[in-house]
Design a protein around this ligand. Structure first.
Ligand SMILES: CC(C)(COP(=O)(O)OP(=O)(O)OC[C@H]1O[C@@H](n2cnc3c(N)ncnc32)[C@H](O)[C@@H]1OP(=O)(O)O)[C@@H](O)C(=O)NCCC(=O)NCCS
Length: 180
């Protein structure tokens, strides 16, 4: 993907590299004190509150000092209005090390102002610093909003296809004993 393509005149002046307006949120690493806002933002977007999950992500990605793991927030004057999480994964699916973005959310009140693009640009800059040259993500095929966003940033269909099946369709593991 490329987040460095020249912005078209129609694209907002808030893209990475463009001067920020004073009211533009700053992108910074997450802090423990951001967790309540993140839990609330995710609950608003997904309809599910997952406090333990976000605490665990904070410990794995936020508190990590490794450049390969990033948990960034968009901070608008002390209010968290968005976040992005990703990491560099080595040789998964046989692919050379690359950055994976696995969560992005911008508060509904703060959308369409360049915040998502700024978060993505920041995590991509971090991936570059970590030494990789590619970023990937995965999304639900009916999430047109997120698809439009990633496409607008230059991401395109990659060389992998996702596969899945229900484990109930498999014969039970004989070593697990009889089904109860
Ligand atoms: C996708 C999302 C992160 C975009 O954040 P944002 O701050 O509004 O995005 P930006 O303002 O930076 O928009 C960048 C580009 O994305 C595209 N885009 C964003 N929202 C769009 C929309 N509603 N319709 C069409 N295109 C859109 C546009 O091309 C836009 O560029 P433009 O404003 O110059 O036209 C935000 O809408 C969101 O959090 N959605 C819910 C995410 C979600 O479901 N997360 C859970 C799974 S990880």
């Amino acid at each position: 993907m490329s987040v460095t393509r020249p912005p078209s005149p129609a694209r907002k002046a808030t893209r990475a590299g463009a001067p920020q307006a004073p009211q533009d949120p700053a992108v910074r690493p997450v802090r423990r004190g951001d967790l309540d806002s993140i839990v609330a933002l995710d609950a608003r977007v997904t309809g599910l509150e997952k406090r333990a999950y976000w605490g665990s992500l904070y410990r794995r990605y936020g508190a990590s000092m490794r450049a390969e793991r990033q948990f960034l927030v968009a901070d608008a004057g002390g209010r968290v209005v968005g976040f992005i999480i990703g990491e560099v994964r080595d040789w998964e699916f046989g692919a050379a090390p690359c950055g994976w973005v696995f969560a992005i959310d911008v508060h509904p009140d703060a959308r369409l102002a360049g915040t998502g693009a700024r978060l993505l640009a920041a995590i991509c800059a971090g991936f570059r610093r970590a030494g990789v040259a590619k970023v990937r993500t995965m999304l639900s095929r009916d999430n047109n909003l997120v698809l439009s966003f990633f496409r607008s940033q230059g991401m395109m269909t990659g060389p992998f296809i996702p596969l899945e099946m229900d484990l109930d369709a498999l014969p039970r593991d004989p070593a697990a004993g009889p089904a109860r």
